[in-house]
Design a protein around this ligand. Sequence first.
Ligand code: SAM
Length: 277
Amino acid sequence: MEYGNLYIVATPIGNLEDITYRAIRILQEVDIISAEDTRHTLKLLNHYNISKHLVSYHRHNEEIKSEELINYLKQGKNIAIVSDAGTPGICDPGHIIIKKCIEQDIKIIPVPGACAFVNALICSGLDTDTFLFLGFLPLNKKNRKYKLEQIQNSTQTVILYEAPHKLQVTLKDLKDVIKDRKVVIARELTKIHEEFISGNIDEIIEKAKNLKGEIIILIEKEAQKTKEEKQKEFENFSLEEHYSYYEKQGFNKKEIIKKIAKDRNVTKNDIYKHFIK
Ligand code: SAM
């Protein structure tokens, strides 16, 4: 028997009109719709008069449910995956079943549409050529520190998702690392209270007091430093601090030694000697 297809269907991030003709057709045609929150998806389906067998598929049952859904796919049933908002798999369930389907040669078909961070980025006025999407900052202290360091050194526009009740804490953590870089808050995109707020971090902390709704934080990239500026900065580092600076960015030992030597305008041998000692 031929396997069914798994469709990854993007749904609106607020305004119900933000769905493609194709997405609606696919949702009408599939045998099963797998939804993060079936009650939430039902509102969308009712709006478009679609009545379908719904299976819940969320963060806490993703592993088990993906097996159940794969069995349906192997029986030839077509399945659409939707999340509560936007594109499944982007800070939403989807990844586990997609990985399993690839391993089992089940066809996966994307049905593109809304994705919150893309729309925040394009309207932010910040550089869109290269960007670093980090999703939600981790709550674990060590992992959070690591991400904040990534933001500090990012020469790409940084994009974060955040819940409104954690916004002030996150902005204050950011204040320590981004200095005077511009910040944009994109809020309630495609909804009645849609707004973009921009300023430096102190202004944003003030303006963002009591902000509610769905929020995205965008941070201007760190300006590329000249060779001389970098050299000056690194001179204040001990060699150990310099080493750990690159280690945190994921470079291996050989690469780190090469980079340190270049930054300090000395030979690789000088650096090796120091660490051997
Ligand atoms: N899968 C979604 C996507 O494609 O963007 C993201 C889901 S994630 C669980 C939810 C987060 O996305 C929210 O906390 C907020 O940061 C962001 N978000 C979703 N909808 C939004 C909207 N209409 N306006 C601003 N941010 C939104």
